[in-house]
Design a protein around this ligand. Structure first.
Ligand code: NI
Length: 183
């Protein structure tokens, strides 16, 4: 099968209701879905992201793409697509700064599980499994959260969030009812 060429899709911004919905499982991988995955992947790279979940470009299905190291010098692009992922928390705790393409200019320190196993399907419908830690595990957990309508700021305590609440309110107020970012 010929690989599809992706196109850039606008990223949904905080305040858009689709970011808070639980996404639906994928039932079959057809032509339309292959095109969507190509769009998701291209949009992640164009926006300088290391991960992007389907709801962030307006489709509430359980798919995301990650490539945590592509911007490192000498690293090649190596997108990993996960469809209908299952996440198993293994052990440890790690805290690090996160951001999100749906929350421009918002950053915060988030505690996550250090080591995980994640299973799912790739874009060809083949079973894949990653047992990993560090940044890769963090990005996978962040993207997995998007499929359940969870954003990284939800993991930050109210006290620590005071400084970013104003930014969140502003993002929300510039996102129109139908979900297109107008700010
Ligand atoms: Ni995100």
């Amino acid at each position: 099968m010929k690989k599809k060429k992706g196109k850039l899709i606008p990223v949904r911004i905080y305040g858009d209701k689709i970011l808070r919905k639980r996404a639906e499982p994928v039932r079959k991988i057809d032509d339309e879905l292959e095109q969507f995955i190509a769009d998701l992947t291209l949009t992640m790279y164009e926006k300088d992201g290391v991960g992007l979940a389907a709801p962030q470009i307006g489709k509430s299905v359980r798919i995301f793409v990650v490539d945590p190291f592509w911007f490192n010098e000498e690293a090649k692009k190596d997108p990993r697509v996960l469809i209908n992922p299952e996440l198993i928390a293994l052990e440890g705790e790690a805290e690090a700064e996160e951001g999100c393409l749906s929350l421009p200019d918002v950053f915060g320190s988030v505690k996550r599980v250090e080591k995980i196993i994640i299973r799912g399907m790739n874009e060809k419908g083949e079973k894949v499994e990653y047992k990993t830690g560090g940044l890769f595990a963090r990005v996978l957990q962040h993207e997995y959260d998007h499929l359940d309508g969870i954003l990284f700021v939800d993991h930050i305590s109210k006290l620590k969030k005071i400084s970013i609440l104003r930014k969140l309110k502003k993002l929300e107020s510039t996102t129109s009812e139908n979900g297109v970012n107008i700010g």
